[in-house]
Design a protein around this ligand. Structure first.
Ligand SMILES: [Zn+2]
Length: 320
């Protein structure tokens, strides 16, 4: 983030005409540009009137884009869509002053809101399926069926539905990373966690975990005459199993024997399982990202300052 200036230009042809702008260079330099670039609206006004813009006021700001946003929020023009696209404005000076006062106090933009857990869980889900395929995910995955950006090892970048890539789609330009969906599934080993009940044994349940499909379980009669009452597809079967027992309030039985428990409690535990798993995965992902960020900053720090690695500053305010 580069610091800069927010500035106000006035034009002698009209006392209510202002140009509000931001720059990371000297305001005088920017002024000269406004007066000479006839491809821009400010320059065209100079050409038409034969009069130049003057620098009325400017203030140093640590985060120019943020200062500009704060400026417009302080004026009645904030609600006009595409506000930033309007080049020159006829507004009253009192509003310009109000905007400047706000911009001066703006400081740096607040840190972005943390991403929801399911976004981290989606991202982990995707990265597992990209392992060894020469494709990397750019950013996070908000929805498996929305659009995300991917990059291949040949440098191609494209946007597509994450689920399609998860099911084996490769780079649309060079084909790298294309993989058989069954191979991907076998590499990942997802599981299905089942809540099993028995028609003759009310109040008794089994928590079953399988790495096969439900069809295979029925065909092979894995659970004999126990019925699948609820099930959840789980990315991390071992984690899922430990969490479900936590939710049930029981230690994991050695041989997964039936236990006595109220069915409604077991059902509630199954409802709570996925959000709890996402929470756990999100925590692990955030830790991983923090480590990566720290590494990256330290590398940069090393190169430019030739100093020993320093911990990453928590806020983005300090400039290197
Ligand atoms: Zn490619």
């Amino acid at each position: 983030m580069k610091s800069g200036y927010i500035y106000v230009l006035v034009h002698p042809s009209d006392p209510d005409l202002y140009k509000i702008g931001i720059t990371t260079r000297k305001p005088e330099q920017r002024l000269a540009q406004h007066n000479s670039d006839y491809t821009q609206l400010t320059g065209r006004i100079v050409k038409e009137t034969g009069q130049k813009w003057e620098l009325k006021k400017y203030h140093a700001v640590s985060d120019p884009y943020w200062a500009e946003m704060v400026f417009w929020r302080a004026t009645p023009l904030a609600d006009i869509p595409f506000r930033q696209g309007i080049e020159v404005d006829k507004i009253e000076w009192e509003w310009v002053q109000a905007g400047l006062d706000a911009a001066k106090k703006a400081g740096v933009r607040p840190p972005p809101k943390p991403l929801p857990d399911h976004v981290y869980a989606n991202t982990a889900w995707m990265n597992k399926r990209l392992a060894g395929r020469g494709i990397t995910l750019v950013g996070h995955i908000r929805s498996k069926f929305g659009k995300s950006t991917f990059q291949c090892s040949n440098g191609h970048e494209w946007r597509t539905v994450p689920n399609d890539v998860a099911e084996g789609e490769g780079c649309p330009q060079c084909g790298i990373g294309e993989k058989d969906p069954e191979e991907i599934r076998q590499a990942i080993k997802p599981g299905i966690l089942c809540l099993l009940i028995h028609p003759d044994k009310p109040g008794v349940i089994i928590i079953g975990l399988t790495y096969s499909t439900l069809e295979q379980c029925y065909e092979e009669n894995v659970w004999s005459d126990w019925e699948i009452h609820r099930y959840r597809n789980v990315e991390e079967p071992v984690l899922a199993e430990s969490l479900i027992w936590k939710l049930l309030g029981y230690p994991l039985p050695n041989d997964r024997e039936p236990i006595n428990i109220d069915l409604s409690i077991a059902e509630q535990s199954f409802r709570d399982l996925i959000p709890l798993m996402q929470r756990e995965i999100a925590l692990a992902e955030k830790k991983k990202e923090d480590v990566q960020k720290t590494d990256w900053t330290n590398m940069k720090w090393d190169k430019t300052h030739n100093k020993a690695p320093q911990p990453t500053p928590k806020s983005g305010a300090a400039e290197l």
